[in-house]
Design a protein around this ligand. Sequence first.
Ligand SMILES: CC(C)(COP(=O)(O)OP(=O)(O)OC[C@H]1O[C@@H](n2cnc3c(N)ncnc32)[C@H](O)[C@@H]1OP(=O)(O)O)[C@@H](O)C(=O)NCCC(=O)NCCS
Length: 279
Amino acid sequence: MDCGARKGLSQRHHFKHNHEIHETHEVKNSCVFACKTTAIMRKDHRPYSLKKAYLKFQNLYANHFLAPHFERFGRGHAFMRPWYVEVFGGPVEIGDYATIIATRDQVVRLSVWSVQEGRGGICIGSYGLICPGVRISSGSRITIGDNCMMAGGVYITDADWHGIYDRAGFGRTLPVSISDNVWIGDRAMIGKGVSIGENSIIGAGSVVMHSVPANVIAAGNPARVIRELDPEQEMRTRRDWFSAHTRLSAELAAWDRAMLKDNTLLKWLRYLFFPKKGD
Ligand SMILES: CC(C)(COP(=O)(O)OP(=O)(O)OC[C@H]1O[C@@H](n2cnc3c(N)ncnc32)[C@H](O)[C@@H]1OP(=O)(O)O)[C@@H](O)C(=O)NCCC(=O)NCCS
């Protein structure tokens, strides 16, 4: 997706992309959190039809209640508990095929606050992953490329929100730019004026106050480059994963149907009201 300021900033990375999705199991384990949670961590007692209806309801909810708050709201998104996603101010734009997961105790917040007309804005590219507790707050401009993954509790801001001496004021703001394929680890914080180059990884819990080049891993507080990525390694991005979207959806549906085939409404009600060990 064209996020204006982002274009031209991002370097072309030199990784070979793997456009094939080889293994259904690998795919299932990589990004489909709903399946991952239900299939690997705990049995899903819902009948298939109920699960399908719930997934559909979440997307209908997102399209009805959330989409109007976005300047641009792409297609193909997967929302999990969209009622815990808050969008405040604007413009906020998001490309296609985002996965946005929120929970009751870890709301996702995308907010734009600006005292100046025309300033402030969030633009997120396509194929993004936004995990529970992610907060993106803009008073200047935050641009995030395609295939970017933001783990739980990540905080990205382009402003201080209070001046060092003028505590009643707005403080300094400087645009933030995050290029394509960046992966930001759990609870990392990205501060004003930071650019992160293509493919780079930010370690969990890092505090990033200076720009990070492309194709590196940066971590710590303050974050420093700990390693360069190996250019010989093939990298598979979320775009690659979605390129086989239709086939993938059919496979996931078949897999879901097989996993939940013995579930009935009665068994599910029993599980809800009379849970027992091993459920
Ligand atoms: C950044 C990361 C990918 C690096 O993994 P790795 O390449 O296996 O790194 P290593 O464990 O070999 O660590 C290399 C060095 O960096 C340091 N380091 C790694 N991650 C760090 C972090 N988050 N903060 C501070 N230092 C870190 C290690 O202590 C080690 O230092 P040393 O050489 O002095 O011992 C990983 O540490 C990480 O943070 N993953 C994020 C996981 C996450 O948030 N997942 C959420 C799901 S989306």
